[in-house]
Design a protein. Structure first.
Ligand SMILES: Cc1cc2nc3c(=O)[nH]c(=O)nc-3n(C[C@H](O)[C@H](O)[C@H](O)COP(=O)(O)OP(=O)(O)OC[C@H]3O[C@@H](n4cnc5c(N)ncnc54)[C@H](O)[C@@H]3O)c2cc1C
Length: 346
Protein backbone atom coordinates (compact mmCIF):
# COMPACT_ATOMS: atom_id res chain seq x y z
CA UNK A 1 0.00 0.00 0.00
CA UNK A 2 1.26 3.47 -0.84
CA UNK A 3 2.15 5.70 2.12
CA UNK A 4 -0.16 8.62 2.90
CA UNK A 5 1.02 12.04 1.77
CA UNK A 6 -0.59 14.49 4.19
CA UNK A 7 -1.19 18.14 3.41
CA UNK A 8 -0.50 21.05 5.81
CA UNK A 9 1.15 18.99 8.52
CA UNK A 10 2.31 20.47 11.84
CA UNK A 11 5.90 19.69 12.76
CA UNK A 12 5.91 21.21 16.26
CA UNK A 13 6.40 17.79 17.83
CA UNK A 14 8.98 16.75 15.26
CA UNK A 15 11.69 19.23 16.23
CA UNK A 16 13.44 19.32 19.59
CA UNK A 17 13.44 23.15 19.56
CA UNK A 18 9.60 22.89 19.68
CA UNK A 19 9.26 25.52 16.97
CA UNK A 20 5.91 26.04 15.37
CA UNK A 21 6.29 24.88 11.78
CA UNK A 22 4.01 23.53 9.07
CA UNK A 23 5.03 21.26 6.20
CA UNK A 24 3.21 21.84 2.93
CA UNK A 25 3.20 18.04 2.48
CA UNK A 26 4.37 15.32 4.86
CA UNK A 27 5.02 11.63 4.44
CA UNK A 28 6.30 9.03 6.90
CA UNK A 29 8.73 6.68 5.15
CA UNK A 30 8.79 3.15 6.57
CA UNK A 31 10.52 1.23 3.75
CA UNK A 32 12.28 1.64 0.40
CA UNK A 33 8.98 1.34 -1.50
CA UNK A 34 7.50 4.23 0.52
CA UNK A 35 10.56 6.28 -0.33
CA UNK A 36 10.32 5.51 -4.04
CA UNK A 37 6.63 6.47 -4.03
CA UNK A 38 7.24 9.73 -2.13
CA UNK A 39 10.16 10.78 -4.34
CA UNK A 40 8.02 10.10 -7.38
CA UNK A 41 5.14 12.12 -5.84
CA UNK A 42 7.52 15.03 -5.26
CA UNK A 43 8.90 14.94 -8.77
CA UNK A 44 5.41 14.67 -10.39
CA UNK A 45 4.25 17.67 -8.35
CA UNK A 46 7.49 19.60 -8.64
CA UNK A 47 8.00 19.72 -4.86
CA UNK A 48 11.20 20.37 -2.94
CA UNK A 49 12.14 17.73 -0.39
CA UNK A 50 13.19 18.14 3.23
CA UNK A 51 14.41 15.06 5.07
CA UNK A 52 13.68 14.71 8.77
CA UNK A 53 14.75 12.16 11.36
CA UNK A 54 13.79 13.07 14.93
CA UNK A 55 14.38 16.77 14.34
CA UNK A 56 17.05 17.16 17.04
CA UNK A 57 19.49 19.00 14.81
CA UNK A 58 17.26 21.28 12.77
CA UNK A 59 15.85 24.78 13.19
CA UNK A 60 12.52 24.98 11.41
CA UNK A 61 10.95 28.18 10.11
CA UNK A 62 7.16 28.66 10.07
CA UNK A 63 6.57 27.02 6.69
CA UNK A 64 8.43 24.17 5.04
CA UNK A 65 7.48 24.30 1.37
CA UNK A 66 7.33 21.03 -0.54
CA UNK A 67 7.37 17.54 0.89
CA UNK A 68 8.85 16.61 4.27
CA UNK A 69 10.00 13.00 4.40
CA UNK A 70 10.09 11.68 7.95
CA UNK A 71 12.42 8.70 7.90
CA UNK A 72 10.92 5.88 9.97
CA UNK A 73 12.67 2.89 8.36
CA UNK A 74 13.25 0.32 11.12
CA UNK A 75 15.17 -2.93 11.37
CA UNK A 76 18.46 -4.28 12.68
CA UNK A 77 20.45 -7.19 11.29
CA UNK A 78 23.93 -8.40 12.15
CA UNK A 79 26.59 -10.88 11.18
CA UNK A 80 29.65 -12.02 13.06
CA UNK A 81 33.04 -11.82 11.40
CA UNK A 82 35.50 -13.37 13.85
CA UNK A 83 35.85 -10.98 16.77
CA UNK A 84 33.89 -8.31 14.93
CA UNK A 85 30.17 -7.77 14.42
CA UNK A 86 28.77 -6.00 11.39
CA UNK A 87 25.44 -4.39 12.29
CA UNK A 88 23.09 -2.97 9.66
CA UNK A 89 20.49 -0.58 11.03
CA UNK A 90 17.46 1.04 9.41
CA UNK A 91 17.79 4.83 9.18
CA UNK A 92 14.72 5.42 11.36
CA UNK A 93 15.99 3.44 14.36
CA UNK A 94 16.64 5.52 17.47
CA UNK A 95 20.39 6.08 17.92
CA UNK A 96 20.43 5.97 21.76
CA UNK A 97 18.32 2.77 21.76
CA UNK A 98 20.71 1.25 19.23
CA UNK A 99 23.68 1.99 21.50
CA UNK A 100 21.90 0.34 24.46
CA UNK A 101 20.92 -2.65 22.30
CA UNK A 102 24.51 -3.25 21.18
CA UNK A 103 25.80 -2.99 24.75
CA UNK A 104 23.09 -5.44 25.85
CA UNK A 105 24.53 -7.91 23.33
CA UNK A 106 28.08 -7.28 24.61
CA UNK A 107 29.14 -5.66 21.34
CA UNK A 108 31.36 -2.71 21.93
CA UNK A 109 32.39 0.49 20.22
CA UNK A 110 29.42 2.81 20.64
CA UNK A 111 29.57 3.34 24.42
CA UNK A 112 31.01 6.88 24.20
CA UNK A 113 28.14 7.84 21.88
CA UNK A 114 25.45 6.90 24.43
CA UNK A 115 22.36 9.09 24.72
CA UNK A 116 22.99 11.25 21.64
CA UNK A 117 19.43 11.90 20.50
CA UNK A 118 18.21 11.29 16.96
CA UNK A 119 18.02 8.54 14.38
CA UNK A 120 20.69 6.19 13.08
CA UNK A 121 20.22 7.57 9.55
CA UNK A 122 21.03 11.11 10.64
CA UNK A 123 24.16 10.05 12.51
CA UNK A 124 26.44 10.20 9.44
CA UNK A 125 25.07 13.60 8.33
CA UNK A 126 27.19 15.51 10.81
CA UNK A 127 29.36 12.57 11.86
CA UNK A 128 28.00 12.59 15.40
CA UNK A 129 30.60 12.57 18.09
CA UNK A 130 31.02 12.79 21.83
CA UNK A 131 33.60 12.08 24.53
CA UNK A 132 36.46 11.50 22.11
CA UNK A 133 34.71 9.18 19.62
CA UNK A 134 33.08 9.96 16.27
CA UNK A 135 30.68 7.83 14.25
CA UNK A 136 33.20 7.72 11.37
CA UNK A 137 35.41 5.45 13.52
CA UNK A 138 32.70 2.76 13.60
CA UNK A 139 30.89 3.28 10.29
CA UNK A 140 31.50 0.88 7.41
CA UNK A 141 29.06 2.40 4.91
CA UNK A 142 25.72 4.09 4.40
CA UNK A 143 22.96 2.84 2.12
CA UNK A 144 21.19 5.69 0.40
CA UNK A 145 18.97 6.67 -2.47
CA UNK A 146 20.77 9.17 -4.67
CA UNK A 147 17.97 11.57 -5.52
CA UNK A 148 19.40 12.77 -8.83
CA UNK A 149 19.14 9.27 -10.35
CA UNK A 150 16.85 7.39 -7.95
CA UNK A 151 19.58 4.74 -7.62
CA UNK A 152 20.15 2.90 -4.34
CA UNK A 153 23.84 3.02 -3.58
CA UNK A 154 26.21 2.01 -0.82
CA UNK A 155 28.79 4.63 0.09
CA UNK A 156 31.89 3.55 2.01
CA UNK A 157 32.94 5.52 5.08
CA UNK A 158 36.09 6.63 3.26
CA UNK A 159 33.92 8.29 0.58
CA UNK A 160 31.81 10.25 3.09
CA UNK A 161 34.30 13.11 3.53
CA UNK A 162 33.90 12.90 7.29
CA UNK A 163 35.32 15.62 9.47
CA UNK A 164 34.43 17.30 12.73
CA UNK A 165 30.60 17.56 12.62
CA UNK A 166 30.86 17.31 8.87
CA UNK A 167 30.24 14.91 5.99
CA UNK A 168 29.55 15.10 2.27
CA UNK A 169 25.83 14.98 3.21
CA UNK A 170 25.91 18.34 5.02
CA UNK A 171 25.83 21.91 3.70
CA UNK A 172 26.28 21.73 -0.12
CA UNK A 173 25.48 18.02 -0.11
CA UNK A 174 22.37 18.35 2.09
CA UNK A 175 19.36 16.49 0.75
CA UNK A 176 21.18 14.93 -2.23
CA UNK A 177 20.94 11.47 -0.65
CA UNK A 178 18.25 9.89 1.48
CA UNK A 179 20.02 7.52 3.84
CA UNK A 180 18.01 4.33 4.33
CA UNK A 181 20.44 2.31 6.48
CA UNK A 182 23.90 2.40 8.02
CA UNK A 183 26.42 -0.37 8.55
CA UNK A 184 28.65 -0.35 11.63
CA UNK A 185 31.63 -2.40 12.76
CA UNK A 186 31.55 -3.33 16.45
CA UNK A 187 33.75 -5.53 18.60
CA UNK A 188 33.32 -8.47 20.94
CA UNK A 189 36.50 -7.43 22.71
CA UNK A 190 36.17 -3.96 24.21
CA UNK A 191 38.64 -1.29 23.06
CA UNK A 192 37.91 1.38 25.61
CA UNK A 193 38.50 5.05 24.94
CA UNK A 194 38.36 7.15 28.10
CA UNK A 195 40.96 9.74 27.19
CA UNK A 196 38.43 12.59 26.93
CA UNK A 197 39.25 14.80 29.97
CA UNK A 198 35.79 15.10 31.58
CA UNK A 199 35.07 11.38 31.07
CA UNK A 200 38.44 10.38 32.50
CA UNK A 201 37.91 12.62 35.53
CA UNK A 202 34.41 11.26 36.15
CA UNK A 203 35.73 7.69 35.98
CA UNK A 204 38.58 8.55 38.35
CA UNK A 205 36.08 10.13 40.77
CA UNK A 206 34.07 6.90 40.71
CA UNK A 207 36.87 4.36 40.80
CA UNK A 208 39.82 6.00 42.50
CA UNK A 209 42.24 4.22 40.20
CA UNK A 210 41.41 2.79 36.79
CA UNK A 211 42.46 -0.73 35.93
CA UNK A 212 41.52 -3.21 33.19
CA UNK A 213 39.43 -5.01 35.80
CA UNK A 214 37.26 -2.17 37.02
CA UNK A 215 36.64 -0.49 33.63
CA UNK A 216 34.01 -1.73 31.21
CA UNK A 217 32.05 -0.43 28.20
CA UNK A 218 28.90 -0.46 30.38
CA UNK A 219 30.61 1.73 32.99
CA UNK A 220 31.76 4.13 30.27
CA UNK A 221 28.24 4.27 28.84
CA UNK A 222 26.69 4.87 32.28
CA UNK A 223 29.24 7.59 33.06
CA UNK A 224 28.69 9.26 29.68
CA UNK A 225 24.94 9.21 30.33
CA UNK A 226 25.39 10.74 33.79
CA UNK A 227 27.64 13.49 32.41
CA UNK A 228 25.20 14.25 29.61
CA UNK A 229 22.20 14.32 31.95
CA UNK A 230 24.06 16.60 34.35
CA UNK A 231 25.44 19.02 31.77
CA UNK A 232 22.97 19.17 28.88
CA UNK A 233 19.50 20.67 29.19
CA UNK A 234 16.83 18.08 28.41
CA UNK A 235 14.84 19.23 25.34
CA UNK A 236 11.64 18.04 27.07
CA UNK A 237 12.03 20.84 29.64
CA UNK A 238 14.27 23.23 27.68
CA UNK A 239 13.60 22.78 23.97
CA UNK A 240 16.97 22.93 22.20
CA UNK A 241 19.04 21.38 19.42
CA UNK A 242 22.15 20.46 21.42
CA UNK A 243 25.30 22.43 20.62
CA UNK A 244 24.21 25.38 18.54
CA UNK A 245 27.69 26.28 17.27
CA UNK A 246 30.60 24.15 16.14
CA UNK A 247 33.86 24.55 18.03
CA UNK A 248 36.05 26.65 15.71
CA UNK A 249 39.30 25.22 14.39
CA UNK A 250 42.07 27.80 14.06
CA UNK A 251 45.61 27.69 12.71
CA UNK A 252 48.70 28.06 14.88
CA UNK A 253 49.20 31.76 14.08
CA UNK A 254 45.61 32.60 14.96
CA UNK A 255 45.84 30.52 18.14
CA UNK A 256 48.99 32.37 19.21
CA UNK A 257 47.24 35.72 18.68
CA UNK A 258 44.25 34.51 20.70
CA UNK A 259 46.47 33.22 23.52
CA UNK A 260 48.38 36.51 23.62
CA UNK A 261 45.18 38.39 24.42
CA UNK A 262 43.35 35.56 26.27
CA UNK A 263 45.99 33.41 28.01
CA UNK A 264 43.33 31.25 29.69
CA UNK A 265 41.67 30.21 26.43
CA UNK A 266 41.51 26.39 26.42
CA UNK A 267 42.49 24.67 23.16
CA UNK A 268 42.91 21.14 21.87
CA UNK A 269 45.42 20.34 19.10
CA UNK A 270 43.67 18.50 16.25
CA UNK A 271 46.50 18.41 13.72
CA UNK A 272 50.09 19.65 13.43
CA UNK A 273 49.13 23.22 12.78
CA UNK A 274 45.49 23.31 13.90
CA UNK A 275 43.69 23.56 17.22
CA UNK A 276 40.06 23.42 18.29
CA UNK A 277 38.92 26.20 20.61
CA UNK A 278 35.72 25.84 22.64
CA UNK A 279 32.92 28.04 21.32
CA UNK A 280 31.23 27.81 24.75
CA UNK A 281 34.23 29.47 26.43
CA UNK A 282 34.17 32.36 23.98
CA UNK A 283 30.39 32.79 24.22
CA UNK A 284 30.65 32.73 28.01
CA UNK A 285 33.37 35.40 27.87
CA UNK A 286 31.06 37.58 25.79
CA UNK A 287 28.61 37.31 28.72
CA UNK A 288 25.92 35.40 26.85
CA UNK A 289 25.51 32.47 29.26
CA UNK A 290 22.01 32.80 30.75
CA UNK A 291 21.22 35.69 28.38
CA UNK A 292 17.56 35.97 27.36
CA UNK A 293 16.50 37.41 24.04
CA UNK A 294 12.73 37.76 23.48
CA UNK A 295 11.42 34.19 23.90
CA UNK A 296 14.72 32.39 23.41
CA UNK A 297 18.07 32.46 25.15
CA UNK A 298 21.38 30.87 26.02
CA UNK A 299 21.05 28.18 28.68
CA UNK A 300 22.25 29.27 32.10
CA UNK A 301 24.63 26.38 32.62
CA UNK A 302 25.72 25.65 29.04
CA UNK A 303 26.76 28.55 26.82
CA UNK A 304 26.69 26.43 23.65
CA UNK A 305 23.02 25.53 23.99
CA UNK A 306 20.35 27.95 22.78
CA UNK A 307 16.92 27.26 24.25
CA UNK A 308 13.32 28.08 23.46
CA UNK A 309 11.48 29.42 26.50
CA UNK A 310 8.11 28.37 25.08
CA UNK A 311 6.93 30.62 22.31
CA UNK A 312 10.28 31.31 20.65
CA UNK A 313 10.45 31.58 16.88
CA UNK A 314 12.89 30.78 14.11
CA UNK A 315 13.62 34.49 13.57
CA UNK A 316 14.32 35.05 17.28
CA UNK A 317 16.81 32.19 17.26
CA UNK A 318 18.51 33.54 14.14
CA UNK A 319 18.64 37.05 15.65
CA UNK A 320 20.13 35.75 18.90
CA UNK A 321 22.65 33.61 17.06
CA UNK A 322 23.68 36.66 14.97
CA UNK A 323 24.19 38.68 18.17
CA UNK A 324 26.41 35.93 19.55
CA UNK A 325 28.33 35.44 16.29
CA UNK A 326 28.99 39.17 15.90
CA UNK A 327 30.10 39.55 19.49
CA UNK A 328 32.45 36.55 19.35
CA UNK A 329 33.89 37.74 16.04
CA UNK A 330 34.48 41.24 17.41
CA UNK A 331 36.14 39.97 20.57
CA UNK A 332 38.03 36.92 19.26
CA UNK A 333 38.20 37.40 15.45
CA UNK A 334 36.55 33.99 15.09
CA UNK A 335 33.40 33.48 13.02
CA UNK A 336 31.20 30.85 14.65
CA UNK A 337 29.40 28.33 12.45
CA UNK A 338 25.91 27.10 13.31
CA UNK A 339 25.77 23.32 13.82
CA UNK A 340 22.08 22.51 13.15
CA UNK A 341 20.56 22.92 9.70
CA UNK A 342 18.03 25.70 9.08
CA UNK A 343 14.95 25.01 6.94
CA UNK A 344 11.89 26.84 5.66
CA UNK A 345 10.44 30.29 5.10
CA UNK A 346 8.34 32.84 7.08
C1 LIG B 1 20.16 17.57 23.72
C2 LIG B 1 20.94 17.28 22.47
C3 LIG B 1 22.23 16.78 22.58
C4 LIG B 1 22.98 16.51 21.42
N1 LIG B 1 24.24 16.01 21.57
C5 LIG B 1 24.98 15.74 20.48
C6 LIG B 1 26.31 15.21 20.61
O1 LIG B 1 26.79 14.96 21.71
N2 LIG B 1 27.01 14.97 19.48
C7 LIG B 1 26.49 15.21 18.24
O2 LIG B 1 27.20 14.97 17.25
N3 LIG B 1 25.25 15.69 18.09
C8 LIG B 1 24.48 15.96 19.16
N4 LIG B 1 23.22 16.47 19.01
C9 LIG B 1 22.68 16.70 17.66
C10 LIG B 1 21.79 15.54 17.15
O3 LIG B 1 21.51 14.66 18.19
C11 LIG B 1 22.46 14.76 16.03
O4 LIG B 1 22.85 15.60 15.00
C12 LIG B 1 21.54 13.67 15.47
O5 LIG B 1 22.26 12.84 14.60
C13 LIG B 1 20.33 14.25 14.73
O6 LIG B 1 19.44 13.19 14.46
P1 LIG B 1 17.95 13.45 14.01
O7 LIG B 1 17.35 12.16 13.61
O8 LIG B 1 17.23 14.21 15.02
O9 LIG B 1 18.19 14.34 12.70
P2 LIG B 1 17.35 15.61 12.23
O10 LIG B 1 17.53 16.71 13.20
O11 LIG B 1 15.96 15.21 11.90
O12 LIG B 1 18.12 15.96 10.89
C14 LIG B 1 19.42 16.50 10.94
C15 LIG B 1 19.93 16.63 9.50
O13 LIG B 1 20.09 15.34 8.94
C16 LIG B 1 19.29 15.19 7.76
N5 LIG B 1 18.78 13.81 7.78
C17 LIG B 1 18.14 13.20 8.82
N6 LIG B 1 17.88 11.92 8.50
C18 LIG B 1 18.36 11.73 7.25
C19 LIG B 1 18.38 10.61 6.36
N7 LIG B 1 17.87 9.42 6.70
N8 LIG B 1 18.93 10.78 5.12
C20 LIG B 1 19.46 11.97 4.76
N9 LIG B 1 19.46 13.06 5.55
C21 LIG B 1 18.92 12.93 6.78
C22 LIG B 1 18.21 16.25 7.87
O14 LIG B 1 17.75 16.63 6.60
C23 LIG B 1 18.95 17.36 8.59
O15 LIG B 1 19.70 18.11 7.66
C24 LIG B 1 22.43 16.75 20.14
C25 LIG B 1 21.12 17.25 20.04
C26 LIG B 1 20.39 17.51 21.20
C27 LIG B 1 18.99 18.03 21.07
Amino acid sequence: MNPKVLKTYHLDEFNSFSLSSVAEYFCSICCSEDLRYALDFASRNNLDITILGEGTNVILNQKIPGLVLKIDIKGKTFKQEGQEIVVEVGAGESWPSLVDWTLGKSWYGLENLSLIPGTAGAAPIQNIGAFGVELSERLISVKAVFRATGETIEIGADECDFGYRHSRFKRNGAGTHVITAIKLRLYKQAKLNYSYPSLKQALLDKLGTMTDDNLSPRLISDTVKQLRQKNLPDPVHWPNAGSFFKNPIVDREHLNDLLASHPKLPYFPVADDLAKVPAAWMIDHCNFRGYKYKNVGVHKSHALVLVNYGSGSFSEIVELSDLIKNSVEKYFSVRLIIEPTLYGID
